[in-house]
Design a protein around this ligand. Structure first.
Ligand code: FES
Length: 327
C-alpha cells in the first residue's frame, strides 16, 4: 500500500504487518516518537485520506479523513495520505526506565513539593516533556512534569499533594533523601518548538508551571530571541509558588515577561484579577502565528485553547499534554 506524506510530498510503500511509525522510520521520514506504546501522543499524525486501524489520538478505533492517529499503534488498511506534524521540529528521545536518587524534597507552597532527582544514567528530554515516577511497587506510579535541570544536573519535578491521594498523600511521610525511585520517560508531545521566531504565549495553572518553566528556561537559556509571555494563574496568593524564579528570569532576559492572575487577592496588591482566559482575552488581541503552550487542569487547557483560537491562534500551533491531578 502507498502512503503519500504531506507536507514533504513523498510516497512510500508499507505493508499492513508493520506499524505506520515503523514504515515511516524505515523510509527515513522525520517523525517524533517517545514511548512506542501509545501512551505519550508524541507520534501523532493526521489522516488526510484512506483508512488506518488503531487507536485514534482522540478516542480510538478506525481513523479516517481528518482524524489523528498514534503512528506507533496504527496499521494501514488502504492507500493513505497522511500529514506529519512539523517535520523540521522533530524530537526523538526514546523512553527509558532507570533509577534516580532523591536528592531533595522541599515545600514550595502548602500543596506543592519540589523533588530533585539524580538519574543513574544520562537522561535526555525536550523541555516540556514529562515522566512517570514510581515511588513504590504497588500502585505507586504517577506522571509528573519536569521543570528543568538544575545547575548540578539534577532533574526538577513539581508535585501537587492531593490530600488522601494514594501516592502524593503519603509522600511527605515516606520520601527519604538518598533513596532511589524508578524513572520512566520522557513522554509527551508538548515540547518546545525551537525552529521558529514567532512570539510564544505560555499559560499555566497549578503545577502546570513545571512544564511551562521548562519550556521558558529551555528557550531563554538556549538563546532564543522570541518574545515570550507567561501567564500563571492561581486561586489565591497562598497558592502561588515559583514567582521568585519568574522574577529572576524577567530581570535577566529582556524578551521574557510574565503576569499572575488570581481569582481572589488582597486589596492593594498588583495582580490581574480573574482567570487566565480573561487575561488572554484582555491582553492578547492577535495571536496569529504565535506558538501557544498550555499546562494545567484539562478544563483550563480547553478554555484557554478556545480563547487563543478566538484571538487568531492556529489550533495546530497550540501544544498541551493532558495533565490530570495525580492522587
Ligand atoms: Fe506513539 Fe508514544 S510514541 S504514543
Amino acid at each position: 500500500m502507498d502512503i503519500l506524506i504531506k507536507p514533504i510530498n513523498k510516497t512510500i510503500n508499507a505493508s499492513s504487518s508493520t506499524t505506520l511509525l515503523e514504515a515511516l522510520m524505515e523510509n527515513d521520514i522525520p517523525i517524533s516518537y517517545s514511548c512506542l506504546s501509545g501512551r505519550c501522543g508524541t507520534c501523532r499524525c493526521k489522516i488526510l485520506d484512506g483508512a488506518v486501524a488503531g487507536p485514534s489520538a482522540a478516542e480510538g478505533k478506525l481513523a479516517r479523513h481528518g482524524q489523528y492517529v498514534l503512528a506507533c499503534q496504527s496499521r494501514l488498511e488502504s492507500d493513505c495520505v497522511i500529514e506529519i506534524p512539523e517535520p523540521d521540529e522533530i524530537v526523538t528521545h526514546p523512553t527509558k526506565t532507570l533509577k534516580a536518587k532523591i536528592v531533595a524534597y522541599e515545600t514550595l507552597s502548602p500543596d506543592v513539593r519540589r523533588l530533585l532527582l539524580k538519574p543513574s544514567k544520562t537522561f535526555e528530554y525536550a523541555p516540556g516533556q514529562f515522566s512517570n515516577l514510581t515511588f513504590w511497587r504497588e500502585d505507586g506510579t504517577r506522571s509528573y512534569s519536569m521543570a528543568g535541570v538544575t545547575q548540578d544536573e539534577l532533574l526538577e519535578f513539581h508535585i501537587r499533594i492531593v490530600p488522601n491521594g494514594r501516592v502524593t498523600g503519603r509522600l511527605d511521610d515516606t520520601v527519604k533523601i538518598g533513596e532511589s525511585i524508578k524513572l520512566n520517560g520522557p513522554l509527551g508531545a508538548s515540547y518546545l518548538r525551537r525552529k521558529t521566531t514567532s512570539p510564544m504565549l505560555c499559560v499555566a495553572t497549578g503545577t502546570g508551571l513545571a512544564p511551562i518553566l521548562s519550556i521558558v528556561r529551555g528557550a531563554l537559556e538556549s538563546g532564543m530571541k522570541n518574545d515570550i509571555h507567561l501567564i500563571f494563574g492561581a486561586r489565591t496568593e497562598k497558592d502561588l509558588y515559583g514567582t521568585d524564579v519568574l522574577k529572576q528570569l524577567e530581570d535577566k532576559y529582556a524578551n521574557f515577561q510574565y503576569m499572575i492572575t488570581l481569582d481572589h487577592f488582597p486589596v492593594g496588591t498588583n495582580y490581574f484579577r480573574g482567570l487566565v482566559t480573561d487575561a488572554i482575552t484582555e491582553h492578547f488581541i492577535d495571536l496569529l502565528n504565535w506558538r501557544i503552550y498550555l499546562a494545567g487542569a484539562p478544563s483550563m487547557v480547553e478554555a484557554a485553547s478556545l480563547a487563543c483560537t478566538k484571538r487568531g491562534a492556529n489550533i495546530e500551533q497550540i501544544y498541551a499534554d493532558a495533565f490530570y491531578p495525580s492522587g
